[in-house]
Design a protein around this ligand. Structure first.
Ligand code: GLA
Length: 581
């Protein structure tokens, strides 16, 4: 049942309630039978539980009862819940957990919802889905304790906290579907690949599903351009995947996805897709030595915290159209363009090995997370943090005493007011002699130890700081009080990269991605992926001792070190020293 009180109809898929005892009973029974039947089967290599859990927040009676139980476990007493949710406001006090409901849709209430209730319902819906996964996982583990268990993730998918899920899996697996015509497809995919690798500390992961060609997500769904399958698939291997798999083997004739691409299209083995798939199979076989290899820890880490994401996109904020993944990509894009390796982390992760920590819009953070980030900088770390960070605690309660409550001392600023720009409005900005523009958000910043790195050149805040920098302990904290245009943000991010002493990455022609991955024996490999339809040349330098391209029929690279990549070409060069190309 959705928040409007409507029952989800039968006739599509995923029409189950994850809190329903009846659903759980039969799901367990089917799992038990499957495990009994296939345990010991020679073809059984791994269990894949469910399919793309979505954490649908159901509002039926069974879900309400389950939510109450979950809240009672979390808070112990109803007084603690009242305190966390601030129910004194608007007369919402509860006397018993039995009086609490799921948050109704806005259309069914007079005014806005309670933010603490909304956030806990997001947590609960995630937790209820994870319970379903765990129940089935435990059954198959009983039958085949030696086999790994997974469920497929959907990248930066909002409703499930994959940090928690990954800890319950033996291997992380991903379904990845950037559209063949999406210009930013390789960027989106790279970001998701880095996230998957990071979820289990850099261990190899698997692409469980991708598309050989068309998927059906847009109004017009174009076939994949000839040749594009190769770089798009091997990009995952470059970023730590030990497999490239597809939905689906043979194109189906019936059902909703009969026009979704497949390894064997409706035209059979006389098709271009089939030829490209079999070539890719040979490529992957040539990369076997990479399997099991773990990538080095990156110098740069980006913080992604699901609970903060849920709260950031909640209602009744100074700006109600902030989209976390847009801001995340803003910060990731310049690093990807510059071939700089990135790991994702949580506010509580061990940050000590990173030179630069990038924190896009961490609205919610608990004390332990805030302390961890603060101590990282005090001990010499470099931080780049963006607006509306450190504002609320884990219950979405504002940290008082001046914004940003969790990071005021660290950033050396006080935010006197939030002054979001109107939709479509821009503001001039000057940074290091360069003029740019800002959109979406402005903080009215008072400097309290920090210096201004960039200032507004017009508007209400003309002359005021837009970007600040503060020396804190033996580290440096840079703060963005607005959302700058791409070029300005690129300059700011790369300025932090240089300031933090991040190992410089190789420059490659535009649209050519360079990624390093270690093989299990420790040998370093350089992937060069040409995502463009132009032929390009990459200069590996002449100091290489016998470099070898694992994908080429004639694997030796000429002594000049110049490597020609055809349109959509890929090379995987063994043993390239760090300063090359
Ligand atoms: C998801 C699902 C598949 C299929 C594909 C293509 O990844 O897991 O069942 O529906 O999308 O749309």
């Amino acid at each position: 049942m959705d928040g409007e009180g409507r029952r989800i109809a039968f006739g599509s898929r995923c029409h189950y309630c994850q809190s329903s005892p009846v659903f759980r009973h039969y799901a367990a029974r089917i799992t038990e039978r499957l495990a009994e039947r296939y345990a010991g089967h020679p073809a059984l290599a791994m269990w894949h539980i469910g399919n793309e859990y979505i954490g649908f927040g159901c509002h039926c009676d069974a879900s309400v009862t389950h939510f109450r139980r979950w809240l009672a476990d979390r808070y112990g007493t109803v007084e603690a819940l009242n305190d966390a949710w601030g129910t004194a406001f608007w007369g919402q006090r509860y006397d018993s957990f039995d009086h609490v409901g799921t948050p109704a849709a806005r259309s069914r209430t007079v005014s806005g919802p309670n933010p603490g209730q909304l956030l806990d319902f997001a947590r609960f819906s995630d937790a209820a889905a994870l319970e379903c996964y765990r129940a089935e996982r435990d059954i198959v583990r009983r039958h085949t304790p030696e086999l790994p268990v997974t469920t497929n993730f959907m990248g930066s998918f909002k409703h499930l906290d994959y940090w928690r899920w990954a800890a319950e899996e033996d291997v992380v697996t991903l379904d990845v579907y950037p559209g063949p015509q999406d210009q930013e497809g390789p960027l989106l995919a790279a970001c998701n690949f880095d996230l998957m690798r990071s979820l289990r500390g850099g261990k190899p992961w698997l692409v469980l599903e991708s598309a050989t060609g068309r998927n059906l997500t847009d109004v017009r769904n174009h076939a994949r351009p000839a040749g594009q399958l190769r770089p798009r698939s091997l990009q995952a291997v470059a970023r730590g995947a030990d497999s490239v798999m597809f939905f689906q083997w043979r194109a189906s004739r019936a059902g909703a996805e009969r026009f979704h691409s497949a390894m064997v299209p409706h035209g059979g083995t006389r098709t271009r897709t089939w030829r490209e798939v079999t070539t890719l199979g040979k490529d992957v076989a040539r990369l076997a030595e990479l399997s099991g290899g773990v990538r080095d820890r990156a110098d740069v880490a980006v913080v992604l915290d699901w609970e903060s994401w849920w709260a950031l996109e909640g209602p009744d904020h100074p700006a109600n159209d902030l989209r976390f993944t847009d801001r995340l990509l803003d910060h990731y894009r310049p690093l990807w363009d510059a071939n700089i390796a990135v790991d994702f982390v949580r506010p509580h992760s061990d940050l000590s090995a990173y030179r630069l920590l990038v924190v896009p819009n961490l609205y919610l953070v608990d004390d332990a997370g805030a302390d961890n980030i603060t101590e990282y900088v005090r001990a010499g770390g470099h931080l780049l943090m963006s607006y509306f960070s450190g504002i609320v605690d884990e219950h979405d309660r504002v940290r008082s005493g001046g914004h940003p409550g969790a990071f005021r001392d660290l950033l050396g600023i006080e935010i006197d007011e939030f002054a979001p720009l109107r939709p479509g409005e821009t503001c001039g900005l000057r940074h290091a002699g360069h003029t740019g523009t800002a959109v979406e958000w402005q903080d009215v910043i008072d400097l309290a130890g920090a210096e201004a790195l960039a200032a507004y050149t017009d508007g209400e805040l003309k002359g005021g700081p837009a970007v600040t920098r503060h020396r804190f302990g033996t580290g440096t904290a840079t703060y963005l009080g607005t959302s700058p245009d791409r070029e300005t943000l690129r300059r700011l991010v790369l300025d932090c990269v240089t300031g933090a002493g991040v190992t410089p990455a190789p420059a490659t022609p535009e649209g050519v991605e360079a990624v390093r991955r270690r093989a299990a024996d420790g040998t370093e490999h350089l992937f060069l992926l040409n995502h463009t339809t132009d032929e390009v040349t990459v200069d590996l330098g002449s100091g290489l001792s016998q470099p070898v391209d694992l994908l080429a029929d004639d694997p030796q690279i000429a002594a000049t070190g110049r490597l020609r990549l055809p349109p959509y070409g890929v090379a995987v060069v063994r043993d390239v020293p760090r300063n090359q190309p």
